[in-house]
Design a protein around this ligand. Structure first.
Ligand SMILES: Cc1cc2nc3c(=O)[nH]c(=O)nc-3n(C[C@H](O)[C@H](O)[C@H](O)COP(=O)(O)OP(=O)(O)OC[C@H]3O[C@@H](n4cnc5c(N)ncnc54)[C@H](O)[C@@H]3O)c2cc1C
Length: 412
C-alpha cells in the first residue's frame, strides 16, 4: 500500500483546472495529493470562458467561487458584423437566459490555485513515463529534467488534458479515443478593443464554415476566438497557425475587424491553435487510474461546459472517495455512474451547438438569426427561456454536478 502517516497518496498529473480542483477536493478529505506538471511553471492568461450554473455550484463546493472573478459587463452589447462594416444587434453569451459568469481560463486556474493548501506538493517539469498497478497500488515512473524515479500511489488521476499521457499509458493510443469534430479553433487576448468597437462591445462574424467572435469583458481587454471547418486536420497543423488562419478566412478581403483580429493574433504571445476533438471513452477508470476533465471526456469549446464539468468531476470524485473509504475501485465506479449521463449529454450538445458558434451553411446562419430575433420578442423569448431553464437530473444533494445548464438545451 502507498498510504503513509498523512493519508492515502494520490498522484495528480496536470496543473490545469481539473488537476488543481482534484487536489483541493482530495486534500479536503484527508488524502495526500502530489501534483506533477509537464510545464516548468504555472500557466497564466488563456482565453475567454463562460462558466454556467453546474460549474458555479461545483466551484462553490470546492471553495473557489469567490476567488474567480466575473468579468461580464452589465452593459455588454454583441453585434453581428460582416466584412464590409455592416453591423446589427445580435445575441452574445451574456444575453442568454442562464446563470453565467464570464472570465479567462487563467482566472479559474489562479482562483483554484489560491485555494490549494500549502502542503500540497507540486513538481514542475515532471511527467509520467510508465504506469503499472496491482490490486493494492500503482507504480508510476516519473521523469523530471531527464531523471527518472518510480513511486507508489493509492490512486493516479490523469488531469493532463485532451492529449493525456496518463490515458495513453493506462488506456491506449490517442487515436482510439480522439474524435475530431472537423473544426479548428484559435484564440488570443487582445491588448485593447479593436478600433471602432466600444470596450463592452462584442462581435460575431459568421460565414459558412468560419467564424470570428470578439468577447468583451468588464475590466479586461477583449478576447478573440476564431473557428473554421476543415477536412484535413494534418494540413492545418503544417506551417504557422497564422498562415492557416489567413488561408481559412481568405481569399476575400478581410475587412477592418477581421483584418485587425488576425493582426492581433499574429502578434499575440500565447495564441491558442488546435483541432476541436472530443474524447470518447467507454470507461474513465481502470483499476486505480482515473481520468478527469478534458483527458477523460473533452467536450470542446462548442459545449461551453468543459470547465464546469472539470470542477464538478473533481468535486464528485472527492465525494465518492470519501463515501467508499479505502475502497478506491468501487469509488471510481460509483463516480463514473454519477457522471456518465450528464457528460454524454454535454458531448451531444457540444456537437449540436457547433452551428451556433460556426454555422456551416447560409441556412444555418439564417436559423441562428431567427433565433436571435425570436429571443428578443416577448412571447418567443419567454418560451425559449422556459425551454432553457435548468433541469436537475441528479437528485443526490451531496453531488454538485449535475444540472443541465440552459445553453446545452438552447442548442439542442
Ligand atoms: C477556445 C476555447 C474556449 C473554451 N471556452 C469554454 C467555455 O466557455 N466554458 C467552458 O466551460 N469550457 C470552455 N473551454 C474548455 C475548457 O477550457 C477546458 O475544458 C478546460 O480548461 C480543461 O481543463 P483540464 O484541466 O481538464 O485540461 P487542461 O487545461 O488541458 O490542463 C492540462 C494540464 O496538464 C498538463 N499536462 C499535459 N500533459 C502532461 C504530462 N504528460 N505530464 C504532466 N502534465 C501534463 C498541461 O500542461 C496542463 O497544465 C474552452 C476551450 C477552448 C480551447
Amino acid at each position: 500500500m502507498a498510504t503513509n502517516d498523512k493519508g492515502k497518496r494520490a498522484l495528480i498529473v496536470g496543473l490545469g483546472i481539473s488537476g488543481i480542483s482534484t487536489a483541493i477536493r482530495l486534500r479536503s478529505i484527508g488524502w495526500e495529493p502530489v501534483i506533477v506538471e509537464r510545464a516548468s511553471a504555472r500557466r497564466g492568461g488563456g482565453y475567454f470562458l463562460g462558466v454556467f450554473g453546474a460549474g458555479q455550484d461545483a466551484a462553490r463546493r470546492l471553495g473557489i467561487l469567490d476567488a474567480i472573478p466575473d468579468r461580464a459587463a452589465a452593459d455588454t452589447a454583441t453585434f453581428v458584423v460582416n466584412r464590409t462594416g455592416g453591423k446589427r444587434r445580435g445575441l452574445g453569451f451574456t444575453d442568454l437566459p442562464v446563470r453565467l459568469r464570464c472570465m479567462l481560463r487563467g482566472d479559474v486556474e489562479r482562483g483554484a490555485f489560491s485555494a490549494l493548501p500549502d502542503d500540497v506538493e507540486i513538481r514542475y517539469s515532471t511527467s509520467p513515463t510508465r504506469i503499472e498497478q496491482d490490486d493494492h497500488g500503482v507504480d508510476v515512473t516519473l521523469e523530471q529534467d531527464g531523471v527518472a524515479g518510480t513511486e507508489r500511489f493509492d490512486l493516479v488521476v490523469g488531469a493532463d488534458g485532451v492529449r493525456s499521457t496518463v490515458r495513453r499509458l493506462a488506456f491506449g493510443p490517442h487515436a482510439q479515443f480522439l474524435h475530431p469534430l472537423g473544426y479548428m479553433v484559435a484564440a488570443c487576448l487582445l491588448p485593447h478593443p479593436i478600433a471602432g468597437m466600444g470596450p463592452h462591445e462584442g462581435a460575431t462574424l459568421l460565414e459558412p464554415g468560419r467564424a470570428l467572435w470578439i468577447f468583451p469583458m468588464e475590466d479586461h481587454p477583449p478576447s478573440a476566438f476564431f473557428s473554421y471547418r476543415t477536412d484535413d486536420i494534418d494540413r492545418e497543423f503544417s506551417g504557422r497557425p497564422i498562415d492557416r488562419l489567413r488561408a481559412a478566412f481568405g481569399p476575400q478581403e478581410y475587412g477592418r475587424l477581421l483584418g485587425a483580429a488576425l493582426d492581433v493574433y499574429e502578434a499575440a504571445e500565447q495564441p491558442l491553435f488546435d483541432a476541436a476533438e472530443q474524447v470518447r471513452m467507454r470507461r474513465w477508470s481502470t483499476g486505480r487510474v482515473v481520468l478527469v476533465g478534458d483527458a477523460a471526456w473533452c467536450l470542446t469549446v462548442f459545449s461551453g461546459m468543459g470547465v464546469s464539468s472539470a470542477m464538478a468531476g473533481a468535486d464528485v470524485l472527492g465525494t465518492m472517495l470519501q463515501r467508499h473509504g479505502d475502497r478506491v475501485v468501487p469509488a471510481l465506479q460509483a463516480w463514473e455512474g454519477h457522471l456518465r449521463r450528464p457528460i454524454e449529454s454535454y458531448q451531444r450538445a457540444g456537437v449540436d451547438m457547433i452551428p451556433l458558434f460556426t454555422p456551416e451553411t447560409r441556412r444555418q446562419i439564417k436559423v441562428r438569426h431567427a433565433f436571435e430575433v425570436g429571443e428578443r420578442l416577448p412571447l418567443i423569448g419567454q418560451a425559449l427561456r422556459w425551454i432553457s431553464r435548468g433541469e436537475h437530473v441528479e437528485k443526490d444533494q451531496d453531488i454538485a454536478l449535475v444540472q443541465h445548464d440552459g445553453l446545452a438545451l438552447v442548442g439542442g
